[in-house]
Design a protein around this ligand. Structure first.
Ligand code: AGP
Length: 607
């Protein structure tokens, strides 16, 4: 949940590290710090707040050519300057920045304190600096390798030492770390966004790897000092993809990108001739796919809701029993692995620890788990048994938007593939493809009407509670709409099946609690209309997202946003986009920090 960068080269390290931290800020943004190599010492500067607050504290023209930096999302210890990373040893010569959690830090701290070490922070991470200090004998890499086996927990670390200068040591165990290979300069970062302004060559570290970077070289070894040869991979993301490009914030940019990102998720995967889909990375034989009896999907947050849509589609199209489950719950339930069951771990970042650990637990018990990920080279993408990249491009805003519609696209394609191996006819397959391909222009049409949602947000943003109500394949969309609103505007919102309100939530209805109803023209429309009347009868305000030409609804709802008609299974795309925009405009109306909402971070790498 934090961001790490290290640099070693001949350029202005301060500038490179600060720029890198700004690009990593979406990973954590409560405090930040740097350790900069300078005339045989390390200059440590830390600040509570955003990177811009840290930047103000750093003198111009420091003339440093190596150093490390960190942007924090607090787990142990309050948010203040002292608890910000990098942390130092007693001498102040060694600095470390850490992502992850050290579980046995208290016992290690007791041991080190009894040996004379003095701790100054409330963090678990500081222990790493003192432990390395214990073993340091003018060779930082050696000391790191001696210290790390004593740690229990997860880490991605970078460290520098004034007495072993012009080098950075990094190590990974459960928290991502990537080496950026430049020309007479090397980088270390927790994700590639921090380095793509400088290099497109990356080496992804695996758990147990240690790397030593110097300006001209990098060497990877394991903790036992055995050399490991790594492949240098090409980063596919472009610099302009991680910039706002004229948009006021990343969230708006990412919402607006959806016609393109949905197309990218389909690109090269539709076989019109055979009326089916090709998903190259599944690593499953035709026989295995035909024998599939069940699909289980594990994920968190928005990805979990995309999984719920996916499960609905898999039951509706190829008629395979499917369910989406919260990854955090699966792991501790001692899951039963049934035969001919395929699992999907869905994750935009590919680093969500709840999902990653659940995946490993399932694999340990013999399950095949495929990933549906956005970030290439991420932990879930690497450790899964195969999978589908959604190719959304970088998603920087903390609130996930374009990843949702692309994850859903991956499920449509998989459903089509399975269905065409079973009962779905050629012409039904063709129809499914043409419905899918008709989605991007429809999303485009919704986006072009965004000013109407902006007006609606002006009218409604001051309400304190909302209900989001949908049914069938749009039930998870209602949950997603509520999540979007609460996470970026801080307005309390609950998502329900509209059928469910009479079982409790209707008690909340009054003229201060608006309900957002999703009303497609499907088989459940009449029932949803009935629920709307129940809300109306209790003086509840109603916003309806309904289809073009539905005149009846205008007599009941206070406000209506019309969306293009589509086949009933495709409404999740059509319904979610107005909800993303509505949440976004409400947040703007309330003056929220849309891209970096309070208490949140983009990739959640703690349990
Ligand atoms: C969505 O807007 C969230 N901020 C969050 O729920 C997110 O979807 C969840 O943490 C899962 O992330 P992942 O897709 O990267 O695994």
């Amino acid at each position: 949940m934090c961001g790490i960068i290290g640099y070693c080269g001949y350029k202005n390290a301060t500038k490179i590290i600060i720029e890198g931290l700004k690009r990593l800020e979406y990973r954590g943004y409560d405090s930040a710090g740097v350790a900069l190599g300078l005339n045989g010492t390390l200059k440590i500067i830390k600040s509570k707040g955003k990177i811009k607050d840290l930047q103000k504290k750093i003198p111009d023209n420091l003339g440093t050519q190596y150093g490390i930096g960190h942007t924090r999302w607090a787990t142990h210890g309050i948010v203040n300057d002292i608890n910000a990373h990098p942390h130092t040893d007693c001498s102040g010569d060694l600095a470390i920045a850490h992502n992850g959690i050290i579980e046995n830090y208290e016992s290690l701290k007791n041991m080190l304190e009894s040996e004379g070490h003095t701790f100054v922070t409330d963090t678990d991470s500081e222990i790493i600096a003192h432990l390395i200090e214990k073993y340091f004998d003018n060779d930082l890499e050696k000391a790191v390798k001696e210290a790390l086996p004593l740690l229990k927990g997860t880490y991605g670390i970078v460290c520098a030492h004034a007495k072993d200068p012009r080098k950075i040591v990094g190590a990974r165990n459960g928290s991502p770390l990537v080496v950026g290979v430049g020309n007479n300069e090397m980088f270390l970062a927790s994700d590639v966004t921090a380095i793509i302004a400088h290099t497109k060559q990356a080496v992804y570290l695996e758990d147990g790897d240690v790397v030593l970077i110097k300006p001209e070289s990098f060497i990877t070894t394991d903790l036992n000092d055995r050399k490991i040869t790594k492949e240098v991979e090409q980063i596919t993301w472009e610099l302009q993809q991680i910039e706002k490009n004229g948009f006021p914030c990343f969230m708006e940019k990412e919402i607006m990108e959806q016609p393109e990102s949905i197309k990218r998720a389909m690109s090269g995967r539709i076989d019109k001739e055979q009326a089916t889909a090709h998903l190259g990375g599944l690593n499953l034989s035709t026989k295995e796919l035909i024998n599939l009896e069940r699909v289980k999907i594990i994920a968190a947050g928005t990805s979990y809701y995309a999984g719920m849509v996916g499960a609905y589609l898999l039951e509706a199209i190829p008629r395979i029993p499917a369910i989406s489950e919260l990854a955090s719950e699966v792991r501790y339930r001692n899951p039963i692995i049934e035969k001919n069951t395929l699992y999907f771990a869905v994750s935009q970042s590919g680093e969500t620890v709840d999902t990653l650990y659940a995946m490993k637990e399932l694999q340990r018990k013999g399950a095949t788990v495929l990933g549906i990920c956005n970030v290439v080279g991420s932990s879930i993408a690497r450790d899964s048994d195969g999978g589908v990249y959604i190719h959304s491009g970088p998603e920087i805003a903390v609130a996930s938007t374009k990843a949702f519609t692309s994850q859903v696209t991956a499920f449509y394609l998989f459903a089509l593939l399975l269905a065409r191996m079973r009962d779905l006819s050629y012409s039904a397959g063709e129809k499914l493809i043409s419905n899918l391909q008709s989605i991007p222009p429809k999303v485009e049409a919704i986006l072009s009407q965004c000013s109407k949602l902006k007006e609606m947000a002006k009218k409604y943003a001051h309400y304190k509670d909302f209900l989001f109500l949908g049914r069938g394949v749009n039930y998870p969309v209602a949950l997603e709409g509520a999540l979007k609103l609460k996470e970026i505007s801080y307005i309390h919102a609950e998502g329900y099946s509209s059928a469910e309100i009479k079982h409790g939530p209707i008690a909340l209805i009054n003229d201060e609690t608006p309900s957002v109803f999703l009303v497609p023209d499907d088989d459940l429309r009449e029932k949803i209309m009935f629920n709307m009347k129940e809300v109306k009868a209790r003086k509840g305000k109603i916003i309806a997202i309904s289809v073009e030409g539905d005149e009846e609804i205008k007599n009941i709802a206070d406000d209506v946003f019309e969306v293009p008609r589509t086949h009933e299974l495709y409404y999740p795309y059509i319904m979610v986009v107005p909800l993303q925009l509505f949440a976004y405009y409400c947040a703007l109306e309330l003056g929220r920090d849309v891209d970096q909402p309070r208490n949140l971070a983009k990739s959640v790498t703690v349990e």
